[in-house]
Design a protein around this ligand. Structure first.
Ligand code: SF4
Length: 144
């Protein structure tokens, strides 16, 4: 099984209630090879919801308690992001998944680049919280 961001499989779980369907991911779903996850929903956040960004760090920093995830209205949603990441990592482990294809730039799912916490559309190097935890657990992560 391959862990995939549910929004790439057409699930309307994005912060704005939308989806980002991707043909490659939809094909994996049709073949029964995709394990759909949405770490933000799995952490207890509603859809739609305000966008959130990691402030003053990366997903790894969030997992170490050195940075926070904050919604656009200033609410701290770190606990929900960490809980969602843990649930995703547990599911990946339970299914023996060694590969994940996640949504680029997301504060949960992004890998390599994420928004910088200023809500200005600026990117910085780093991983989202769920991507970081998957990587720490030996799962290969790529994004679309
Ligand atoms: S948390 Fe990941 S799966 Fe959920 S909407 Fe955001 S990018 Fe998609």
């Amino acid at each position: 099984m391959i862990v995939v961001s549910a929004c790439l499989a057409g699930v309307h779980c994005r912060y704005d209630g939308g989806a980002k369907p991707n043909e490659e991911i939809m094909a994996l779903v049709e073949k029964g090879e995709a394990l759909l996850v949405c770490p933000e929903q799995m952490g207890g956040l509603m859809t739609p919801r305000l966008p959130s960004e990691i402030q003053n760090g990366t997903g790894e920093d969030v997992l170490e308690g050195k940075a926070h995830v904050v919604a656009k209205d200033g609410r701290d949603v770190t606990a929900q992001f960490v809980l969602g990441a843990e649930k995703v990592a547990n599911l990946a482990f339970a299914c023996g998944a060694k590969r994940a294809i996640l949504k680029a730039k997301s504060p949960s799912c992004g890998c390599g680049l994420v928004y910088d916490g200023t809500f200005s559309g600026t990117l910085r190097e780093g991983n989202g919280v769920a991507a970081a935890l998957l990587l720490q657990n030996g799962v290969e992560v790529e994004t679309r």
